[in-house]
Design a protein around this ligand. Sequence first.
Ligand SMILES: C[S@@+](CC[C@H](N)C(=O)[O-])C[C@H]1O[C@@H](n2cnc3c(N)ncnc32)[C@H](O)[C@@H]1O
Length: 437
Amino acid sequence: MARPTRHKRKGRRQSSPPSREEIVSIGALGGAGDGVADIAGKTVHVPFVLPGEKAKISVQGQRVKLLEILEVSANREEPQCMHFGPHGDRCGGCALQHLPTADYTSWKLEKVHKSLSQARLTEVEVLPLKTSPLESRRRASFAIERQAGEIVCGFHERQTHRLIGLKECLILLPALFDARQHIVKVLRSLFEAHPGLKLSVHITAVDNGLDTDISGPLHDEDLSLQQRQHLAALLPDTPIKRLTINGDVFWQGEQPVISLAETPVPLPPRSFLQATKQGEVALQEIVRSGTRGAKKIADLFSGCGTFTFAALAEGASVHAVESDASAIQAINQARKLSGQPVTTEMRDLFHQPLMPPELNTYDAVIIDPPRAGAEAQAQQLARSNVQKIISVSCNPKTFARDAAILVGGGYSLEAVQPVDQFLFSPHIEVAGIFTKG
Ligand SMILES: C[S@@+](CC[C@H](N)C(=O)[O-])C[C@H]1O[C@@H](n2cnc3c(N)ncnc32)[C@H](O)[C@@H]1O
């Protein structure tokens, strides 16, 4: 049986803080895309508003809810999605659909400028934003639960646990948007047996269909034989090629495959993948231009090989290093089929970064760490003689921090390329090419 998570409560139930109404003037857009306002010297962040607007809000503890926009900015744009903002469902999927494109672009670029200037890299040029089109996101996490007898699969309302059944979405690939209806159909009997169940579904659109992982208080052994047979009978009639539960394979009709720089790679469950194909290609182009002419390359934080296979396509040999065993296995399997000159190594680069004698055997090094950045690896790279370092990051702050370490070690960085694959959200990727000698 599915085991809903229960939180043990100590002592008496905590009462919610009182809610009060305030009228605020919005001064600027904060880092998360919310309007910043001041109440008696205390900063609050108000969703769905713009600088220059006046708004009535309710404040309850940390939670700020927009009640009404009293003075509307002339700059306000009509959101394209029915679920966006206070006149829609307040969907938590997007933060910034009410901003004109030019202002949205400047706001994203400003994040990059700010991070660079905080790291004293003011001379570095920020190139024009490369963006992904609408309906291009190829991976997303949805929530799924039963509401009034219906199974709903969608996004949560901003700052709440209220689930919104999506009627449209501007950002998802149509295949990903439609995937929800297949998941609902497949999981119907499970939710009928366990009506209070709340799950997350992570779906990735791959070359040959959909790779789907369900996570939450549900385990493979919780399913009865009848439920298993029912699920297994329904799945082949959907575009779902694999269903994993908390990362363990429950059913696989076909191995999900993703082409990275035209090399087919068997995708492990719950793998990292750049969020859009266009974002992937934009980042691969920078990696290619930085590694052009290099014969021996190290791809650090390689994942399943987004940049490994892009660099291999340029005729170099590549050593891919990564801490995730399944990602390394995926690269090895792809290599076996393609015969490309790639070697792999499973290694924790936070605690065991490549050291200068090892680094100096490469002509170029690619780094693409998680949000925390690659401080330890950057310190060793700064001491190395590697000619080219191509740094890719989903966090401009840690990118700039690590860039300053490299510049301190004698590297130069002329420009950074911002890449927007998370439309209408505060996220932004950056990439830059560092040279020495
Ligand atoms: C932003 S992803 C980039 C993956 C790949 N470059 C791509 O574009 O698909 C960061 C990668 O770093 C890996 N990673 C996280 N912590 C790590 C660590 N301490 N050492 C090595 N790799 C790590 C993750 O498993 C993930 O694959």
